[in-house]
Design a protein around this ligand. Structure first.
Ligand SMILES: Cc1cc2nc3c(=O)[nH]c(=O)nc-3n(C[C@H](O)[C@H](O)[C@H](O)COP(=O)(O)O)c2cc1C
Length: 366
């Protein structure tokens, strides 16, 4: 079955991409993922001066289900790539030579200086990568140098910096948004005004994964101390889905969305596509389960298309957006369906008559 999709003029063999982070940390791992069948990869974010990037150990923390032990939340305080730009430029060239039909997206980030952003854009573009993803969203570490989410949290900066890049870029530019903001539509629309043709959402949510009750230290603990870090994995998916749907309902139709956040299966990926993502990216899922996840992603997409009668991946994109409404309208629809009684039966003063857990179950949809 044909799982390809063309987005901003780029033909992806399938809509599944490695998200920027450890799964795209060098050419060798990206090549392995292409061999395994991934449609594309967003490489780990690069900047001009890797010597300024110093990572700490440990830099990850997990939140597990109390019942099964499964990882449902993941915090990281990892920075962008600490590998020299010249090494990356060679690797981008080599990857495009070996895998001309796989999409390679370079994630870039720089300090708030036009000449630096434009130099990085030109040097990376010369390697033949297919597109840029501007990292306006790393929520920790880089912000101390006014990079990453410092830009994505201020729409005026988002627009200005996107404009610097699009002024010299000859390839599609996506802007990756931070969820650590009240209204994700504002910086996203600003990026589009700056010339971005796609939006990637979301990066990680600022978090503290836990506190060790023996040592009283918040985690991940580095020499007894910590900083808040980025939260990802399954637990963030509902927030990401909400933000993606808000973007899809408000951005011009020609702006593409790459959905990210807690995707671990074809089921999760399809939810993002139905809410408007034409591609999806996986990061923590791949770190926990490996690149072979692509087999289930492709099989699940194929089965869904066969079962539901979709002839192309494109037809799925945004199909469920029409079912968002207002609360007032939901009440009207219940009335029209003569279900007013159900609404009356769930009034707050009934709660005392039943066990609270029973009442919660009664009002839950899934
Ligand atoms: C360890 C780690 C490192 C990451 N590094 C980057 C990065 O360099 N650039 C970037 O844009 N996003 C980075 N991210 C964010 C992911 O690309 C992704 O937006 C986020 O983790 C949510 O998706 P997920 O739940 O599939 O991981 C990183 C995430 C993790 C967990």
């Amino acid at each position: 079955m044909d799982l390809s999709i063309t987005v901003n003029g780029m033909k992806f063999p399938n809509p599944f991409l490695l998200g920027s982070g450890p799964p795209g940390t060098n050419a060798r791992v990206i090549a392995k993922s292409y061999d395994a069948g991934w449609g594309g990869a967003v490489a780990k974010t690069v900047s001009l001066e890797s010597a300024k990037v110093v990572n700490v150990v440990p830099r990850y923390g997990k939140l597990r289900s109390k019942v099964s032990g499964e990882v449902i939340g993941f915090e990281n305080i990892e920075l962008i790539s600490d590998r020299p730009i010249d090494v990356w430029l060679d690797e981008f060239r080599q990857l495009k030579k070996e895998f001309p039909h796989h999409i390679l997206i370079a994630s870039i980030m720089e300090e708030y200086e036009k000449s630096r952003w434009q130099e990085l854009t030109k040097r990376v573009q010369d390697t033949g990568v297919d597109a840029f993803e501007l990292n306006f969203s790393c929520p920790h570490g880089m912000t101390e140098r006014k990079m990453g989410s410092e830009m994505g949290e201020h729409p005026d900066l988002t627009e200005e910096v996107t404009g610097w890049v699009t002024e010299v870029s000859k390839i599609p530019v996506w802007a990756k948004m931070t969820p650590n903001i009240t209204n994700i539509k504002e910086p996203s629309h600003a990026a589009v005004r700056g010339g971005a043709v796609g939006v990637s959402a979301i990066n990680t949510i600022l978090s503290v994964i836990g506190v060790d009750l023996n040592t009283l230290r918040p985690m991940p603990t580095v020499e007894g101390h910590t900083v808040p870090g980025g939260y990802s994995s399954q637990a963030v998916r509902p927030i990401a889905l909400r933000m993606v749907s808000q973007l899809a309902l408000s951005l011009p139709k020609e702006v593409s969305i790459s959905g990210i956040g807690g995707i671990e299966s074809s089921h999760d990926a399809l939810e993002f596509m139905l809410l408007g993502s034409s591609t999806v990216q996986l990061c923590t899922g791949v770190m926990l389960h490996g690149v072979k996840m692509i087999d289930e992603l492709k099989q699940g997409l194929e089965k869904f298309m066969t079962d539901k009668g979709f002839a192309s991946v494109e037809e799925i994109v945004g199909k469920s957006l029409t079912y968002f409404s207002t609360h007032m309208d939901l009440v009207e629809k219940m009335k029209a369906a003569k279900r007013t009684k159900a609404g009356e039966a769930s009034r707050d003063n009934e709660w005392a008559q039943k066990d609270i857990t029973e009442k919660t179950a009664e009002l839950t949809s899934n």
